[in-house]
Design a protein around this ligand. Structure first.
Ligand SMILES: [Zn+2]
Length: 138
């Protein structure tokens, strides 16, 4: 499948995903690799940095692999999740940043997120299911 994104380093947030061309609303951008299914116990025992990349879908936990894990959180995300895919919620211009709402993604966020996305609807602090005392900067 053709890649619709590139992973780039951003000084502020570490790695991020950006559209490699114009993407139309409704296009699938990422097909998740769901081979890393975890139990709740396994999630608890993960290193903190990996907990940032766990999503909970229908009571199951998945550790996201690159490139999905480089999609940054935004409360006003331009993708949504459907059948383990990230789908464009609106047209995204080539070069535009691809964002996902981690809170919407699962039934519940896994770790605490201190959000600085700056959108009007920003919920600022997302309380996660598991404690995570190193602040994430998503
Ligand atoms: Zn936010």
């Amino acid at each position: 499948m053709e890649n619709k994104f590139v992973i780039k380093n951003s000084r502020i947030e570490g790695k991020g995903a950006f559209a490699s061309r114009d993407i139309k609303k409704g296009e699938i951008i990422f097909n998740w690799d769901t081979s890393n299914k975890l139990t709740k116990e396994q999630v608890k025992n993960l290193p903190k940095k990996d907990k940032n990349y766990v999503v909970k879908i229908k009571k199951e936990y998945f550790l996201l692999n690159p490139p999905e894990r480089y999609v940054n959180h935004s409360c006003d995300a331009n993708t949504y999740v459907h059948n383990f895919c990230d789908v464009a919620k609106k047209d995204i211009k080539g070069g535009g940043k691809i964002t996902s709402n981690y809170y919407e993604k699962g039934e519940q966020s896994i770790v605490n997120i201190d959000c600085k996305c700056g959108s009007k609807n920003c919920i600022r602090t997302i309380k996660g299911e598991f404690d995570n005392d190193n602040k994430t900067n998503m």
